[in-house]
Design a protein around this ligand. Structure first.
Ligand SMILES: [Zn+2]
Length: 368
């Protein structure tokens, strides 16, 4: 039987500030919302102790580290109350409450229930927020490892930003995505893409090809069955295939500073990965993790994070004194020396936004 324990870390929700897309810190939740969370915590202690296995390593030991009320969560996606209700309904979670469980063995944090929203929820979210950046560190990193003679397949290709870079570099590339809208966008741009849902590995890759390199950038954390990505990739890859998986870094600034980021929580992200979890999940899938690389973070970005979290900065921001861009810069410059000192404990642990794992195929038996 599973043995998740529900430690009273629900208080963390009250303690930690919430960061919006623009980096500002919104108002704290209402007292009634906090009371509702506490009540839910008490009611679900027993349920939490009968949780499911870790999707990465199958361990049954873990800890409930966070409670998320989807009705309040969706207020951060849009100010439109009707849209908020629609998103909550489309998420399809009973009682609109999700627990985040941290695996004792590999450190993976995963949603319980582990139920990812469907294409309708994503369609609405992507109409509301701009979440497809044209540039990513992992694009450039992986691109440099490719030879023009290699073929590449991308799982979760979105609107084709990386496929376009491959095309420009002379690499033969095609992609799949579960959004028909995204696939249509790729095809209109002259890229090769096909709509599939990563729930089965029986579907053929576009053109029946078996790519030498398979990539999945910022996809794994959205899946309710992340292991399927590995079995699909194994099914599709050539015998000498390599696999690159990029996920949000467990050393990204928001996590190092213990801040909440609503886009790094369910229903958007169903899992939060560690190096150990990225290694363990590949076991028995025919892949072996060769290395995990962290996106670098430069000095000025580190100082920006530390400065803008200082009490002085927050005080001035709350008073509305930092709306002038030049004044805001001046304040940050004045805070830089103390930020430099306070950044010391984070220097060895903090990274950029992404961590990237490389896998190679193995000839070992593939577990069912
Ligand atoms: Zn685990």
């Amino acid at each position: 039987m599973a043995s998740y324990s529900a430690a009273p870390r629900v208080n963390r929700i009250e303690r930690e500030p919430r960061i919006q897309m623009n980096g500002s810190i919104p108002q704290a939740d209402s007292a009634s919302e906090r009371a509702s969370l506490k009540e839910h915590f008490e009611l679900n202690t027993e349920v939490a102790s009968n949780g499911s296995n870790c999707p990465a390593c199958h361990s049954t030991a873990g800890l409930v580290v966070q409670y998320i009320d989807l009705t309040s969560q969706h207020r951060r996606y849009s100010e439109d109350a009707a849209l908020q209700c629609q998103l909550t309904a489309l998420a399809g979670v009973p009682n609109h409450m999700v627990e985040m469980v941290q695996c004792d063995l590999c450190g993976l944090e995963f949603a319980k229930p582990l139920r990812a929203p469907g294409a309708a929820w994503y369609g609405l979210v992507y109409e509301t927020l701009d979440l497809y950046p044209a540039k990513r560190w992992e694009f450039e990193f992986v691109l440099k490892t490719l030879a023009p003679s290699e073929t590449l397949g991308e799982l979760g290709c979105g609107s084709g930003e990386f496929l376009r870079l491959c095309q420009q570099a002379g690499v033969s590339a095609s992609g799949v995505d579960f959004s028909q809208q995204a696939v249509d966008s790729c095809c209109r741009a002259g890229l090769i893409a096909k709509q599939i849902d990563l729930k089965s590995d029986t579907v053929a890759f576009p053109g029946g090809m078996h790519p030498e390199v398979i990539v999945a950038f910022q996809v794994l954390e959205h899946l309710e069955c992340p292991r399927t990505l590995f079995t699909c990739a194994r099914h599709w890859a050539s015998p000498q295939g390599r696999l690159w998986i990029a996920v949000p870094s467990n050393r990204r600034p928001s996590r190092c500073l213990h801040e909440r980021d609503f886009l790094d929580e369910p229903p958007h992200h169903m899992t939060r990965w560690t190096e150990s979890a990225l290694i363990r999940i590949a076991e028995g899938t025919g892949w072996q993790c060769r290395r995990v690389i962290y996106e670098p973070i430069d000095w000025s970005t580190q100082l920006w994070w530390i400065s803008t979290r200082s009490s002085v900065y927050k005080l001035l921001q709350d008073a509305g004194l930092l709306t002038n861009r030049w004044l805001e810069r001046l304040v940050r410059a004045a805070l830089a020396p103390s930020a430099w000192v306070r950044s010391v404990p984070h220097r060895s642990s903090i990274s950029g936004q992404t961590m990237l794992a490389e896998y190679v195929r193995t000839d070992t038996h593939i577990a069912s």
